[in-house]
Design a protein around this ligand. Structure first.
Ligand code: DQA
Length: 180
Protein backbone atom coordinates (compact mmCIF):
# COMPACT_ATOMS: atom_id res chain seq x y z
CA UNK A 1 0.00 0.00 0.00
CA UNK A 2 1.51 3.37 -0.98
CA UNK A 3 1.36 6.33 1.37
CA UNK A 4 -1.38 8.14 -0.54
CA UNK A 5 -3.68 5.12 -0.85
CA UNK A 6 -6.09 3.93 1.82
CA UNK A 7 -7.16 0.34 1.98
CA UNK A 8 -10.56 -0.27 3.45
CA UNK A 9 -12.03 -3.40 4.91
CA UNK A 10 -15.65 -4.39 4.93
CA UNK A 11 -16.83 -6.64 7.72
CA UNK A 12 -19.47 -8.92 6.27
CA UNK A 13 -22.32 -10.44 8.29
CA UNK A 14 -21.92 -13.74 6.49
CA UNK A 15 -19.27 -15.88 4.87
CA UNK A 16 -21.08 -17.39 1.88
CA UNK A 17 -19.31 -17.25 -1.46
CA UNK A 18 -22.21 -15.72 -3.38
CA UNK A 19 -21.95 -16.07 -7.15
CA UNK A 20 -22.90 -12.82 -8.84
CA UNK A 21 -23.29 -12.40 -12.59
CA UNK A 22 -22.48 -9.03 -14.13
CA UNK A 23 -24.04 -8.44 -17.56
CA UNK A 24 -23.07 -5.62 -19.90
CA UNK A 25 -25.36 -4.97 -22.86
CA UNK A 26 -24.94 -3.51 -26.33
CA UNK A 27 -22.26 -0.85 -26.88
CA UNK A 28 -20.36 -1.60 -23.68
CA UNK A 29 -17.81 -3.52 -25.80
CA UNK A 30 -16.78 -0.07 -27.07
CA UNK A 31 -16.19 1.26 -23.54
CA UNK A 32 -12.62 2.50 -24.06
CA UNK A 33 -13.68 4.66 -26.99
CA UNK A 34 -16.90 6.15 -25.57
CA UNK A 35 -17.48 9.75 -24.40
CA UNK A 36 -14.96 10.50 -21.65
CA UNK A 37 -17.39 12.91 -19.99
CA UNK A 38 -19.82 10.06 -19.30
CA UNK A 39 -17.60 6.95 -19.14
CA UNK A 40 -14.36 8.44 -17.81
CA UNK A 41 -10.95 7.10 -18.68
CA UNK A 42 -11.38 3.38 -18.03
CA UNK A 43 -9.47 1.64 -20.83
CA UNK A 44 -11.83 -1.11 -21.96
CA UNK A 45 -14.69 -3.42 -21.03
CA UNK A 46 -12.10 -6.05 -20.09
CA UNK A 47 -10.57 -3.56 -17.64
CA UNK A 48 -14.02 -3.00 -16.13
CA UNK A 49 -14.60 -6.75 -15.81
CA UNK A 50 -11.21 -7.25 -14.14
CA UNK A 51 -11.86 -4.35 -11.75
CA UNK A 52 -15.25 -5.69 -10.67
CA UNK A 53 -14.00 -9.29 -10.38
CA UNK A 54 -11.07 -8.19 -8.19
CA UNK A 55 -13.41 -6.20 -5.96
CA UNK A 56 -15.59 -9.31 -5.69
CA UNK A 57 -12.57 -11.40 -4.68
CA UNK A 58 -11.81 -8.91 -1.91
CA UNK A 59 -15.40 -9.19 -0.72
CA UNK A 60 -15.12 -12.98 -0.73
CA UNK A 61 -17.62 -13.61 -3.54
CA UNK A 62 -17.37 -14.92 -7.09
CA UNK A 63 -18.13 -12.57 -9.97
CA UNK A 64 -18.75 -13.94 -13.42
CA UNK A 65 -19.07 -11.56 -16.35
CA UNK A 66 -21.00 -11.68 -19.58
CA UNK A 67 -21.32 -9.09 -22.30
CA UNK A 68 -22.85 -9.03 -25.74
CA UNK A 69 -24.08 -6.64 -28.38
CA UNK A 70 -26.95 -9.03 -29.12
CA UNK A 71 -30.06 -9.31 -27.00
CA UNK A 72 -30.62 -12.97 -27.95
CA UNK A 73 -27.18 -13.94 -26.65
CA UNK A 74 -27.91 -12.10 -23.40
CA UNK A 75 -31.23 -13.92 -23.01
CA UNK A 76 -29.52 -17.28 -23.53
CA UNK A 77 -26.88 -16.39 -20.94
CA UNK A 78 -29.58 -15.42 -18.40
CA UNK A 79 -31.44 -18.69 -19.04
CA UNK A 80 -28.38 -20.90 -18.68
CA UNK A 81 -26.93 -19.06 -15.65
CA UNK A 82 -30.14 -18.87 -13.59
CA UNK A 83 -29.58 -22.12 -11.68
CA UNK A 84 -25.94 -21.26 -10.99
CA UNK A 85 -25.93 -17.66 -9.80
CA UNK A 86 -27.38 -15.94 -6.73
CA UNK A 87 -27.95 -12.49 -8.21
CA UNK A 88 -27.41 -10.25 -11.22
CA UNK A 89 -25.84 -6.84 -11.71
CA UNK A 90 -26.89 -5.56 -15.13
CA UNK A 91 -26.01 -2.61 -17.29
CA UNK A 92 -28.62 -2.95 -20.05
CA UNK A 93 -26.76 -0.17 -21.92
CA UNK A 94 -28.23 0.01 -25.46
CA UNK A 95 -31.28 -1.97 -24.29
CA UNK A 96 -32.06 0.38 -21.40
CA UNK A 97 -35.31 1.74 -22.86
CA UNK A 98 -36.24 -1.19 -25.09
CA UNK A 99 -35.02 -4.44 -23.50
CA UNK A 100 -38.30 -6.02 -22.44
CA UNK A 101 -37.07 -9.51 -23.34
CA UNK A 102 -33.97 -9.10 -21.20
CA UNK A 103 -35.89 -7.54 -18.31
CA UNK A 104 -38.47 -10.30 -18.40
CA UNK A 105 -35.81 -13.05 -18.50
CA UNK A 106 -34.13 -11.52 -15.45
CA UNK A 107 -37.43 -11.25 -13.58
CA UNK A 108 -38.22 -14.89 -14.34
CA UNK A 109 -34.98 -16.09 -12.71
CA UNK A 110 -36.43 -14.97 -9.37
CA UNK A 111 -33.00 -13.66 -8.37
CA UNK A 112 -32.19 -10.14 -7.12
CA UNK A 113 -31.29 -7.78 -9.96
CA UNK A 114 -29.36 -4.54 -9.50
CA UNK A 115 -29.42 -2.18 -12.49
CA UNK A 116 -26.27 -0.10 -13.02
CA UNK A 117 -25.30 2.76 -15.32
CA UNK A 118 -22.15 4.83 -15.68
CA UNK A 119 -24.30 7.89 -16.33
CA UNK A 120 -27.10 9.34 -14.29
CA UNK A 121 -29.58 8.45 -16.99
CA UNK A 122 -32.30 10.61 -15.43
CA UNK A 123 -30.23 13.79 -15.44
CA UNK A 124 -31.44 16.60 -17.63
CA UNK A 125 -29.59 17.84 -20.72
CA UNK A 126 -26.40 19.64 -19.75
CA UNK A 127 -26.10 18.00 -16.33
CA UNK A 128 -22.50 16.95 -15.60
CA UNK A 129 -23.24 13.27 -14.85
CA UNK A 130 -25.91 12.82 -17.50
CA UNK A 131 -25.89 11.47 -21.04
CA UNK A 132 -25.96 14.88 -22.71
CA UNK A 133 -29.18 14.27 -24.61
CA UNK A 134 -31.33 14.52 -21.47
CA UNK A 135 -33.28 12.18 -19.26
CA UNK A 136 -34.02 8.55 -20.21
CA UNK A 137 -36.61 6.28 -18.61
CA UNK A 138 -35.27 2.77 -18.06
CA UNK A 139 -37.63 -0.10 -18.72
CA UNK A 140 -35.65 -2.20 -16.20
CA UNK A 141 -36.04 -0.18 -13.01
CA UNK A 142 -39.65 -1.06 -12.20
CA UNK A 143 -38.81 -4.71 -11.56
CA UNK A 144 -35.19 -4.26 -10.40
CA UNK A 145 -34.26 -4.91 -6.78
CA UNK A 146 -32.12 -1.77 -6.77
CA UNK A 147 -30.26 0.74 -8.91
CA UNK A 148 -26.91 2.55 -8.89
CA UNK A 149 -26.03 5.15 -11.50
CA UNK A 150 -24.08 8.31 -12.21
CA UNK A 151 -20.87 7.02 -10.61
CA UNK A 152 -19.07 5.71 -13.73
CA UNK A 153 -17.40 2.32 -13.01
CA UNK A 154 -17.94 2.92 -9.30
CA UNK A 155 -21.67 2.30 -9.87
CA UNK A 156 -20.73 -1.38 -10.26
CA UNK A 157 -18.71 -1.37 -7.04
CA UNK A 158 -21.55 0.30 -5.17
CA UNK A 159 -23.98 -2.28 -6.54
CA UNK A 160 -21.69 -5.20 -5.69
CA UNK A 161 -20.96 -4.04 -2.15
CA UNK A 162 -24.62 -3.42 -1.32
CA UNK A 163 -25.74 -6.65 -2.99
CA UNK A 164 -23.28 -8.76 -0.97
CA UNK A 165 -24.43 -7.10 2.27
CA UNK A 166 -28.07 -7.68 1.30
CA UNK A 167 -27.42 -11.34 0.37
CA UNK A 168 -25.65 -11.81 3.72
CA UNK A 169 -28.74 -10.44 5.49
CA UNK A 170 -31.10 -13.33 6.28
CA UNK A 171 -33.92 -10.90 6.94
CA UNK A 172 -33.54 -9.44 3.45
CA UNK A 173 -32.16 -10.93 0.23
CA UNK A 174 -30.49 -13.80 2.09
CA UNK A 175 -33.81 -15.18 3.33
CA UNK A 176 -34.52 -18.75 2.16
CA UNK A 177 -36.56 -18.68 -1.03
CA UNK A 178 -39.72 -20.73 -1.67
CA UNK A 179 -37.76 -23.11 -3.88
CA UNK A 180 -34.87 -23.63 -1.39
O1 DQA B 1 -24.83 2.27 -23.47
C1 DQA B 1 -25.29 2.96 -22.58
C2 DQA B 1 -24.63 2.99 -21.26
C3 DQA B 1 -25.49 3.38 -20.08
O2 DQA B 1 -26.23 2.23 -19.67
C4 DQA B 1 -24.55 3.77 -18.91
O3 DQA B 1 -23.86 2.89 -18.40
O4 DQA B 1 -24.51 4.93 -18.53
C5 DQA B 1 -26.46 4.48 -20.43
C6 DQA B 1 -27.30 4.08 -21.65
O5 DQA B 1 -28.24 5.11 -21.95
C7 DQA B 1 -26.41 3.89 -22.84
O6 DQA B 1 -27.17 3.45 -23.97
Amino acid sequence: MTEDVHEYRIVRRGARDHRIAVIDGPNMSNLGARAKKVYGDIGSLDDLKAYVAEFGRRLGVTVESFSSNYEGAILEYIHESADRVDAYIVNPAGLTTVGEGMRHALEETGHPVVEVHFANIQAGAGHGRGLGGGSLTSSFTHTATGLTMGLRQYSYIGALTALVAALDDECFLGAPRDDD
